[in-house]
Design a protein around this ligand. Sequence first.
Ligand code: NDP
Length: 282
Amino acid sequence: MAHNFMSTLTASFAMPAAENPTVAVMDAVFAHHGMNARYLNCEIQPRSLGDAVRGALAMGFAGFNCSLPHKVAVVEYLDELAPSAAIIGAVNCVVITDGRLIGENTDGKGFVESLRTVADPGGQRLTIFGAGGAARAIAIESALAGAASITIVNTTESRGRELVALINEHTPAAADFVLWDHRYAVPATTNIVINATSIGLFPDIEARLNIEPATLLSSMVVADVIPNPPRTLLLQDAAANGCTTLDGMGMLVNQGRVAIKLWTGVDVDGRIMRQTLESLFA
Ligand code: NDP
């Protein structure tokens, strides 16, 4: 049976398909597993989103990804939201099953899968920098995976407090907020430190988080969402202190693996996806 995929993309992601990293990664892994599947890159204007979703359904697509600005707007065209997507309030992956459109958020799931390669979030104390889309997905999914406490550190107070309220109201984890207006010392009780801001993303690779590097202890796991470059200054500082580190490429690969599993039921080899990404980001 043929599986079709559509990716709804924004004007800011308007690269030719052959240069789109997601398309290249999906093509590589589908070819590796001999899957009869295609992943297309479609640039959808906000006014056409409803038509695009109805088109995907009409054409028998297995599902599609949504990037900004469609992640929230797409919700009104869906039949159902998976539990974490409902809490996060944003969808980056839609699964079409028996004519029903189900909204998922695979960013946080991808992060937790990546995290589980080094530590289980269950019972852990997390410190997360940032309160945007990536931070929301990571915080909610980690909380649903059993994290004991989550401290949100953010420069915009309203955004940070909104995320803290979301975690406290909808998950069993205990969340608190720290306004990031000073050089932050990571509490020694923290088990897992996560940069979920855009600090360090190419081309600003010399940018550093405003933290005391010496407070990253060897007992901590330090994770970064930045996929490019994978070895950010945060991860270099953490590794120098003996911390266990986790890069953003793992999260990127795993959110794609989770999406493919949801669409096709196939567990694909993340190493092929990572190798393809590494060759593109080299
Ligand atoms: P948003 O714009 O929604 O949020 C950005 C966050 O970063 C905000 O909390 C913002 O703070 C904070 N921030 C940005 N610059 C600074 C700075 N100089 N100092 C302090 N805080 C700062 O972006 P997303 O959450 O969607 O994405 C964040 C990053 O995550 C991106 O770099 C993206 O590439 C990456 N990402 C990686 C994924 C992966 O699979 N590896 C998946 C999704 C995203 P404030 O609220 O104060 O503005």
